[in-house]
Design a protein around this ligand. Structure first.
Ligand code: URA
Length: 233
């Protein structure tokens, strides 16, 4: 099995060693006796190549049915070395058109929310649970989330943020593998499994546009996230 740089990096990040057979150059994740451990050291090559590789994989992805209706994939945007990672649900119509997450009305509100805690959009990395738009903005289906999951996991491993802000129920429940209602998830610190990044959950900006009274709670969530972030430094 020949692994791409992104796959190799990801496997090493989650603690899986890669072995190379004495008789061939083929990489293997199995550990038979006659094989030699080549390296368990973290991948230290340039991340640019890994990002490009991942971008290309996502751009041509056909793992689920959603590829049939998309204009383009929406990979994610921002600083690939950001301390903050913002994770939403899935692209909407405008995002599908422009190929960038959170560019519609909800995106404008997200920019203001970030501004309120002293962050510019360019300083964070923004991604979604799904990279393709579900038709009529319906909720993502479990099989679609499962198909897309490894892309987001690799993005989180590569950015290696100090904190993740999950926007809305779909992002929060799928990231943390729970079915707790969002109202109960707010106001506390979660941990993303694997790299153990702290996660704070808040309402989705699209929900806040419909229910502006809840903005006060989302402000509390952002302050909590900032406190956790500062403690992590
Ligand atoms: N809503 C999301 O969850 N993500 C986007 O990118 C846009 C709207």
């Amino acid at each position: 099995m020949n692994l791409t740089p992104a796959q190799r990096y990801y496997l090493q990040t989650i603690g899986i060693d890669i072995f190379v057979s004495r008789d061939s150059n083929a990489e293997s994740l199995v550990v038979p006796e006659e094989q030699v451990l080549v390296s368990s050291a973290p991948y230290t090559g340039g991340n640019e190549e890994i990002w490009n590789d991942l971008r290309k994989q996502v751009a041509v992805c056909t793992r689920c049915e959603l590829h049939k209706g998309r204009t383009q994939t929406v990979f994610g945007v921002g600083d690939t070395n950001a301390d903050w990672m913002i994770i939403g649900e899935a692209p909407g119509a405008e995002e599908d058109r422009q190929g960038e997450p959170f560019v519609g009305r909800a995106g404008k509100l997200l920019n203001s929310m970030l501004h309120a805690i002293g962050l510019k959009r360019e300083q964070v990395f923004i991604a979604n649970i799904l990279k393709c738009r579900p038709p009529n903005n319906r909720d993502p289906r479990p099989e679609e989330v499962a198909c897309c999951e490894s892309y987001l996991r690799q993005q989180i491993a590569l950015v290696n943020p100090k904190i993740v802000l999950a926007l809305g129920r779909i992002a929060a429940q799928n990231l943390l593998k729970v079915d707790t209602p969002i109202g109960q998830m707010r106001g506390r610190r979660y941990e993303y499994p694997g790299p153990r990044v702290p996660v704070v959950v808040t309402y989705h900006p699209a929900y806040l546009l419909r229910s502006p009274r809840e903005k006060r709670k989302s402000w509390q969530d952002l302050q909590l996230a900032m406190r956790i972030y500062r403690e992590s430094k």
